[in-house]
Design a binder for this molecule. Structure first.
Ligand code: HEC
Length: 167
């Protein structure tokens, strides 16, 4: 009986010990979760702050030249890129076939006499006729030399090049 008593005592303290252990574990788990929650919040806050405010440069769309963060400077770069179309390059690719040798009535580049009356019309007329095409007395000039993938500015640059070579 006495040993039973001590068993009972033991069981009692053991149960208390068990319950305490369980409670302690629960508290630790709870604390862990709270902590993890806080860290998660911090990460989220930082990410939001990054997206909203500061890092516009990191979020630039692909294809935008990003040499500096300065938007004015970037606009300048784009402008320079647009201005530096190589007229002689366009000429060689799209116009030379007719205009180098004077094929099909095309005024030959370098033939000052052939170009003089055309140049006298003014740049705008030359541009328009080169871009839209011209069915004239001498022959048929296809719009953009038949290369519709050229931009108007590229055709204009080629005209400038041809005129400069023919004066
Ligand atoms: C298929 C042949 C051909 C190609 C390619 C061609 N041209 Fe011409 N071009 C002509 C002919 C032909 C004329 C003369 C038309 C006329 O006055 O009767 C002409 C005329 C011109 C003139 C004079 C227009 C005027 O108002 O007198 C310009 C400028 C010109 N071409 C620019 C270009 C440019 C720039 C290209 C390339 C992008 C080009 N051409 C490609 C055949 C061509």
């Amino acid at each position: 009986m006495s040993s039973g008593m001590s068993d009972q005592k033991f069981m009692k303290s053991f149960s208390i010990f068990l319950v305490l252990g369980v409670v302690l574990t629960l508290i630790l788990i709870l604390l862990g979760n709270l902590n993890a929650g806080t860290i998660g919040d911090q990460v989220r806050d930082e990410r939001n702050a990054l997206a909203e405010s500061g890092n516009k440069n990191a979020l630039q769309p692909v294809g935008q030249i990003s040499v500096t963060g300065d938007e004015a400077a970037q606009a300048e770069i784009v402008k320079v890129a647009a201005v530096t179309i190589d007229g002689s390059n366009v000429y060689q690719n799209a116009c030379m076939a007719c205009h180098a040798a004077g094929i099909a009535g095309a005024p030959r580049v370098g033939d000052v006499a052939a170009w003089a009356p055309r140049v006298a019309q003014g740049d705008e007329t030359l541009y328009t006729n080169a871009i839209q095409g011209l069915a004239g007395q001498a022959g048929y000039m296809p719009a953009k030399g038949g290369n519709m993938s050229l931009s108007d500015d590229e055709v204009k640059a080629a005209v400038d090049h041809m005129v400069a070579q023919s004066q």
